[in-house]
Design a protein around this ligand. Structure first.
Ligand code: GDD
Ligand code: MN
Length: 380
């Protein structure tokens, strides 16, 4: 038998009241002339969903344009991993993924398939004009918006509904990619890990399920933030100029602060050396040497390592050094002023005031040197 054109993946866990209606509705929605296979991925549902589908399949006469299969897994192993199992089994060039509780109206399937003529990934979207959500309490709406915002901001995703569980794609776009089956949101991983694919969003209205119960619980929400974090770090493993700008910003800031800590050591060692070791200076003079030495070593390390600037032309280097030294002194003044202000007029304890002041001075130092000394944009 030849391969179907479209594979529809339908994960189920305790959907005995929904699954047969869903399978019928899916079949009625498929445009004639399109061959499909529907793959139900059941995690040994205690309510017998898997068995119900088995019985249904054997009661069916041979269907005109579609087949139905069930993958029986032994235990509830999560939504993403169920979808991935379904995809492994799928034979179609086009894959459709959807829930089995009527939240995702099967009438949208033809629109998704149609959209794939002009793109490689079609997302059914609640958050574009014409889309929406029916019957969700305010709390759930806000949580969904918040999770969506975290994904878009944190991962730099432009798709309006990256948390959608209803989407279709050409299987070639995931060739060679490996997925972290943790969690609920496979689409998010696909959006982060694929490159240069065309994406379209098709509006639809999410209908709250009428039977059975949602599987979303606290553990799944925690997993969600863990998987966003992993995807965020995924950006680090790419080559330098593909890395997310925020990752680059923070890794440069981390280098800058590391250099600052090394400057502290240089400062201390040189000051001691000039009072006791090399020379026998008055301690105030020795401290001045310590400060100059640490500003200089900080400058060289930041130039070479933090800002990766290997151009040591004389004028350029001197002018950078001048600015760097000036910002360092300014930082010292900011720190002193802030400690005084916090302790004296706000009654903050000295150790806390010191931490706040050092952090402020170090950070403003970083920003000033990044922009003005090494002439970089703030965010790259
Ligand atoms: N096999 C398997 N294993 N199926 C599962 C599992 C699992 O561990 N967990 C959930 N499912 C199935 C459910 O039976 C249902 O068909 C579908 O996955 C979605 O589960 P629900 O519990 O109904 O999810 P929801 O409605 O709260 O969440 C949905 O929210 C998104 C929109 O915010 C997600 O499922 C998305 O698909 C949806 O777009
Ligand atoms: Mn649901």
């Amino acid at each position: 038998m030849s391969n179907p054109q479209v594979s529809i993946i339908v994960p189920t866990y305790n959907e005995s009241q929904n699954i047969l209606g869903m399978l019928r509705s899916i079949r009625e929605s498929i445009p004639s002339g399109v061959s499909t296979e529907t793959i139900v991925v059941d995690d040994n549902s205690p309510d017998g969903t898997g068995r119900i589908v088995d019985d249904y399949i054997s009661s069916l006469k041979k269907m005109a344009e579609g087949t139905i299969d069930v993958i029986h897994r032994t235990a509830k192993n999560g939504l993403s991993s169920a979808i991935l199992n379904g995809i492994q089994r799928a034979r179609g060039e086009t894959i459709v993924v959807m829930d089995s509780d009527f939240s995702h109206p099967p009438q949208i399937i033809p629109k998704l398939i149609e959209a794939l003529r002009q793109c490689e990934l079609a997302v059914a979207s609640r958050y574009i004009a014409g889309g929406g959500i029916r019957d969700w309490p305010t709390k759930r709406r806000l949580m969904s918006k918040f999770a969506t915002m975290v994904a878009k901001r944190g991962l730099g995703i432009k798709t309006r509904d990256p948390m959608s569980g209803f989407f279709a794609f050409k299987r070639s776009i995931i060739n060679g990619l490996s997925f972290d089956a943790l969690g609920y949101k496979l689409l998010l991983e696909i959006l982060v890990k694929t490159k240069d694919i065309r994406i379209k969003e098709i509006p639809y209205t999410f209908e709250e399920r009428r039977s059975g119960s949602s599987k979303l619980d606290r553990g799944i929400m925690i997993d969600y933030f863990r998987s966003v974090w992993r995807l965020y770090r995924h950006g680090r493993t790419n080559t330098a100029d593909e890395r997310r700008t925020s990752v680059r910003f923070f890794s440069k800031a981390a280098r800058f602060f590391t250099v600052g800590a090394s400057g502290f050591v240089v400062n201390y060692a040189v000051s001691l050396l000039f009072t006791a070791g090399l020379a026998d200076f008055w301690y105030v003079h020795a401290s001045v040497f310590g400060i100059i030495a640490s500003i200089s070593s900080n400058f060289v390390l930041n130039k070479i390592w933090t800002f990766e600037d290997r151009d040591f032309g004389r004028r350029r280097t001197l002018s950078q050094y001048g600015k760097f030294a000036m910002f360092s002194s300014l930082g010292a003044l900011v720190q002193l002023g802030m400690v005084f202000w916090l302790v004296d007029s706000h009654g903050v304890t000295y150790p806390l005031a010191l931490i706040l002041a050092i952090a402020t001075a170090a950070f403003s130092n970083f920003v000033l040197n990044k922009k003005l000394t090494f002439k970089e944009n703030l965010w790259d």
